[in-house]
Design a protein around this ligand. Structure first.
Ligand SMILES: *Cc1c(COP(=O)(O)O)cnc(C)c1O
Length: 462
């Protein structure tokens, strides 16, 4: 790629400040320094427009699986471009959507039989919620009072109003309190790291589930479903649930006849070492939302999967009004489906899951080298999802003030050393592409280690 002239880079950076409002970004802070402009990617690396290399430690915000510019996905999209870029699923179908739906059902947890396509995680969640509500109105013995949802504390289910209503992160919701669902119920998530009982499995009796049980006992007639990020809460700061928790939660849903809704948007497609996180504890969701890794990180595509039973409740004559009135313009986009099918094929040809399973303990070992750092309060990991919580004092885990912007400062220092990460508060998040080599994983952790010590040195000096 010919190098851009300094003046054209300057102009781009100026225009970047002039025209773009970035997601989840305080623009006042952002405008203080010129943005890093990514020009291309290859494998685990992204390159800025000057050609400097960066390890993609966020998998381009949790979506990339097999690396950038993977020949199989590139080829699949190019081929589809010779056929058609987009055609609708409203009133028509196309071969790739059909093949993909069939392939997804084949790998999905048991019982999921139907695929409803959309185009991002938030819409996949919105669809799950609407499906659940309408299901209870139309199922063979209707229970229209079931209109509420239970979610966990610090949950994150997307930024549309439904997903946001069932998220537990206050700062995301605050300005929109007037819009939030009535009757949404929050129960605390398991947080072993802060658990006063600090019992190990199997002594741990999961008392953290008691509030959920009580709520279900009292209110199950009004509860449509429980929504959960299986095995690990991502945006919460990478918080894994204790072994057996998901299974127990699932059993409670069955016991009290509420739908079990799995948000696999982040955990799906191998992130946790299984194709879907629900498999770790062999639970079969009634509804499952998938998105992020679905196209290997190439194109926006999502889906909401459900059971034959839920699907059947929507069948009837057109005039009966049982139709599911929901759809998006780019639902099941053919280019996205081509990428998604290629993505799945790579799981086979490259034995992605086996490799992730083999490398996960090695990644843990690399992470252990951070444990001695006086700022590292906790290292949490579930497969290739890692959270490293930075604290003021390791002994009492006293947190940094958010005003210290420690996570942000460490990320900036890491970037200068060639690693892109995006922290959540003062928790550093490492979310490597599943294809990252051991060498690359080691390098990522090594850079983080140096970045933390650089920021500590500058803080101590100031
Ligand atoms: C990212 C995410 C979403 C939202 O997906 P988008 O594609 O960003 O709308 C929903 N749930 C979870 C668990 C996520 O991590």
């Amino acid at each position: 790629m010919p190098k851009r002239s300094t003046s054209s880079v300057k102009q781009l950076q100026k225009d970047a400040q002039s025209y773009i409002w970035h997601p989840f970004t305080q623009m006042q802070e952002w405008e203080q320094q010129p943005p890093l402009l990514i020009g291309r990617g290859k494998g685990t690396f992204l390159y800025d427009i000057d050609g400097n290399a960066y390890l993609d430690g966020t998998s381009s915000i949790w979506v990339n699986l097999h690396g950038h510019r993977h020949p199989t996905i590139d080829r699949a999209i190019r081929h589809q471009l010779t056929q058609v870029a987009h055609s609708t699923l409203l009133g028509l179908s196309h071969p790739l959507a059909i093949q993909l739906a069939k392939a997804l059902i084949k790998i999905a947890p048991k019982g999921l039989k139907k695929v409803f396509f959309s185009d991002n995680g938030s819409t996949a969640i919105e669809i799950a919620l609407k499906m659940a509500i309408q299901y209870w109105q139309q199922c063979p013995s209707p229970q229209p009072r079931k209109t509420q949802f239970i979610h966990l504390g610090l949950a994150y289910h997307g930024d549309t109003v439904g997903g946001m209503s069932l998220s537990g992160i206050e700062s995301f919701q605050k300005p929109f309190s007037s819009l939030l669902f009535p009757g949404r119920q929050q129960v605390d998530a398991p947080y072993c790291y802060r658990c006063p009982l600090t019992l190990q499995f199997p002594e741990c009796q999961m008392e953290c589930l008691t509030p959920l049980k009580t709520l279900l006992q009292e209110k199950h007639e009004e509860i449509a479903g429980v929504i959960v990020e299986p095995m690990v809460q991502g945006v919460a700061g990478l918080i894994p649930s204790p072994p057996g928790y998901l299974q127990r939660l699932y059993e409670l849903c069955r016991e009290y006849q509420v739908l079990f809704i799995a948000d696999e948007v982040a955990t799906g497609f191998g992130r946790t070492g299984r194709m879907f996180a629900c498999e770790h504890e062999t639970v079969s969701p009634d509804i499952m939302a998938i998105a992020k890794g679905m196209t290997g990180g190439y194109l926006p595509l999502a889906a909401t999967l459900t059971t034959e039973k839920i699907y059947a409740a929507f069948l009837g004559m057109p005039h009966e009004g049982k139709t599911f009135f929901h759809g998006h313009s780019y639902t099941g986009n053919p280019l996205g489906c081509a990428a998604a099918l290629a993505n799945l094929s790579i799981f086979k040809t490259e034995r992605t899951l086996t490799k992730v399973q083999q490398r996960t303990p090695k990644l843990s070992a690399f992470l252990k080298t951070l444990a001695a750092d006086p700022w590292v309060g906790d290292i949490r990991q579930c497969g290739y999802m890692v959270g490293i919580e930075l604290v003021r004092h390791q002994e009492n885990k006293e947190p940094f003030s958010l005003m210290d912007r420690i996570g942000h400062r460490v990320a900036i220092a890491a970037r200068a050393l060639g690693l892109l990460t995006r922290p959540i508060g003062n928790t550093m998040i490492l979310m490597p592409p599943l294809s990252a080599t051991l060498q690359e994983l080691k390098q990522m952790v090594g850079i983080l280690k140096v970045a933390i010590s650089i920021v500590r040195a500058s803080k101590n000096a100031s």
